[in-house]
Design a protein around this ligand. Structure first.
Ligand code: FAD
Ligand code: MLT
Ligand code: ZN
Length: 489
């Protein structure tokens, strides 16, 4: 494909025939050029959220049941037809769209809650349930989904599990490796693996579901999940703070943990560049009047509003008195809670405004978390690529850092006026080598997809990669599942 000049279509894969199409149509709804669909009809399945990755599928299948998925995969495996599992297509590494003509198996028609136990808080649902719908279902019952992220209105819970999404409250509720209790998955040969456990504890053998969490559609299709959900907090506070240096952001983090302890549910960092871009794109005025290099969003979730208000109020007062922060504001209504969150959750969308964005999702020890942004900025500046007041049309709009500070997870983003080889050459392998030197992760929460697959060696050793390859070969010997992606040893 033109989009992927360095990747060859696997010669082992068959091409779709009219007979194949007829078979899939006998199983479930399909979208196919053979059946009159236009390229426009297929566009949203072929293109990712950032409009950076584009495939050329001519067929999308929409299974309604686990049996449908089983029949589809069994057939594809026998016919050596490559496939891409697709959830809400909000992934940020090009994993959810085809590279060439792989069949898209879109999970949106499998969208039912299967059961909920209000005593244990365990929810079991189809993989294609949209995260926000799962959370609304739980809200009505006094519970909350233990994962939240900006793409909640579109992403699927199955996609979340397949990417092991981290999100905004990992600090509080932990990783999906802990909260997901079970997975129902279909293996490439059509076998249905029923590991849909409702148990917190089960040490009888290998924990197979863990392999599917973060496997990005490379070893099977997740058709259902069970997950333990916490009680919905009765009281929620959000504060937005202005901080003059990254040292002070770290001090703020320490003080916040000390004073808020069990009620802290998010600690997010945004740099000034990210806030300026959101302001520019949305035209809104920022809730904090002055400007400073860093902004911190703190959220608490608890059960006693009076107690929580008091704690957050005291924290802000102490942070101001000790001159750790320059300013701060606390939401006073639910509407204000949402408004303050838009200054964090609105960052990814604002970044795409100028024509393209290079995204890095890294994890490194906290003390050096922001240094990466400064080093990349200096590099872009020295190469004359960064926009300045004198040269406002330079290709690099800005170098931006934000992320889940509470989890040592930085999002380094370089919004550009158009994808540009000079920028790419400056970024890679520079960023990966920088991370490797600090024994960090080149993919903290977004996964590998097609974007990061060739760089896994910067964060994983040859022995680890060899074992991963063996796992892949065992599940998917014909390599039909999401080819050209994930790990390239
Ligand atoms: P898709 O994008 O459709 O797929 C992602 C990958 O999973 C693909 O490889 C696909 O093949 C595979 N897959 C999907 N469904 C299945 C299935 N049922 N079985 C097997 N494989 C499957 N991520 C974070 O970790 N934290 C964040 O805070 C965060 N915020 C985001 C904010 C925005 C605005 C956006 C656009 C994305 C964000 N993401 C974040 C990226 C994140 O990976 C996705 O939003 C989400 O987890 C993907 O779910 P999805 O249903 O859209 O999956
Ligand atoms: C976020 O934290 O906002 C997401 O991971 C998305 C992104 O980094 O763009
Ligand atoms: Zn994130």
């Amino acid at each position: 494909a033109d989009s992927y000049p360095n990747i060859q279509r696997g010669s082992q894969f068959s091409k779709l025939t009219a007979e194949d199409i007829a078979y899939f149509e006998s199983i479930c709804p399909i979208v196919s050029t053979e059946k009159g669909a236009t390229q426009d009809d297929l566009e949203s399945f072929n293109t990712d959220w950032m409009r950076k990755y584009r495939g050329q599928t001519t067929l999308v299948v929409k299974p309604k049941t686990t049996e449908d998925v089983s029949n589809i995969l069994k057939y594809c495996n026998e016919r050596k037809l490559a496939v891409v599992p697709q959830g809400g297509n909000t992934g940020l590494v090009g994993g959810s769209v085809p590279v060439f003509d792989e069949i898209v198996i879109n999970m949106s028609a499998m969208n039912n809650v299967r059961s909920f136990d209000a005593v244990s808080g365990i929810l079991t649902c189809d993989a294609g349930v949209i995260l926000e719908n799962a959370d609304s279902y739980l809200r009505e019952r006094g519970f909350i989904f233990p994962l939240d992220l900006g793409a909640k209105g579109s992403c699927h819970v199955g996609g979340n599990v397949a990417t092991n999404a981290g999100g905004l409250r990992l600090l509080r509720y932990g990783s999906l490796h802990g909260t997901v209790l079970g997975v129902e998955a279909v293996l490439p040969d059509g076998t249905i693996l029923d590991d849909l456990s409702l148990l917190r504890k089960n040490n009888t053998g290998y924990d197979l579901k863990q392999l599917f969490i973060g496997s990005e559609g490379t070893i099977g299709i997740i058709t259902a999940i069970s997950i333990v959900c916490p009680q919905r907090p009765k009281s929620q506070n959000v504060a937005l703070l202005l901080v003059e240096s990254f040292e002070k952001v770290q001090e703020t983090f320490v003080k916040t943990k000390e004073q808020l302890s069990e009620i802290l549910s998010a600690f997010e960092m945004m740099d000034i560049n990210s806030q300026r871009l959101v302001r520019q794109v949305t035209g809104k005025s920022h809730p904090l009047k002055g400007e400073a290099p860093f902004y911190v969003l703190i959220e608490t979730s608890g059960s006693n509003a009076e107690h929580d208000d008091e704690k957050v109020g005291a924290l802000l007062q102490n942070l101001m008195e000790d001159e750790i922060i320059l300013d701060g504001t606390m939401a006073e209504s639910e509407a204000q809670v949402r408004e303050l969150w838009t200054w964090r959750e609105g960052v990814p969308e604002a970044l795409g405004h100028w024509g393209g964005v290079y995204k890095y999702d890294v994890s490194i020890p906290l003390s050096e978390l922001y240094l990466l942004v400064e080093d990349v900025r200096a590099k872009m500046s020295s190469l004359g690529l960064l926009s300045t007041p004198e040269n406002p049309d330079n290709v690099v709009v800005d170098v931006v850092g934000y992320g889940h500070m509470g989890d040592s997870n930085l999002h380094l983003n370089i919004p550009v006026r158009g994808f540009d080889k000079r920028v790419e050459k400056a970024l890679e392998p520079f960023v990966y080598e920088w991370i490797q030197k600090r024994r960090g992760s080149i993919s903290a929460e977004h996964g590998l997809g097609v974007a990061k697959s060739e760089f896994v060696g910067y964060s994983r050793g040859p022995t680890e990669l060899a074992v991963m390859q063996r796992i892949k070969n065992m599940f998917d010997p014909n390599e039909i599942m999401n080819p050209y992606k994930y790990i390239k040893a």
